[in-house]
Design a protein. Structure first.
Length: 88
């Protein structure tokens, strides 16, 4: 939101006593003026509905955490071994 849009909303918002129809029309005009005519089309990936993914059950989360911990420790051991070889 541009500073011009923010000032318009602050002055004309219906919750602050402004006319709702004039507010919608003015905001649409500001946004139309802000978008260049040669703007790329909107990304179609964002036109889809939001999907909520269920949280996995506790045993699955524990296994995932154990795998991530093991990988993290293996990486840190590898980097320690490389440092030891550099100093030798």
């Amino acid at each position: 939101m541009t500073p011009e849009e923010r000032a318009f909303v602050k002055a004309h918002h219906p919750d602050r006593g402004g006319d709702p129809e004039a507010f919608v029309a003015g905001l649409a005009a500001l946004r139309a003026r802000a978008e260049p005519a040669d703007a790329p089309p909107p990304d179609p990936r964002f036109d889809r509905p939001v999907e909520f993914v269920a949280t996995p059950p506790l045993p699955v989360r524990i296994v995932i955490a154990a795998i991530r911990t093991a990988r993290r420790r293996a990486r840190s051991r590898l980097s320690e071994d490389q440092e030891d070889q550099e100093h030798s």
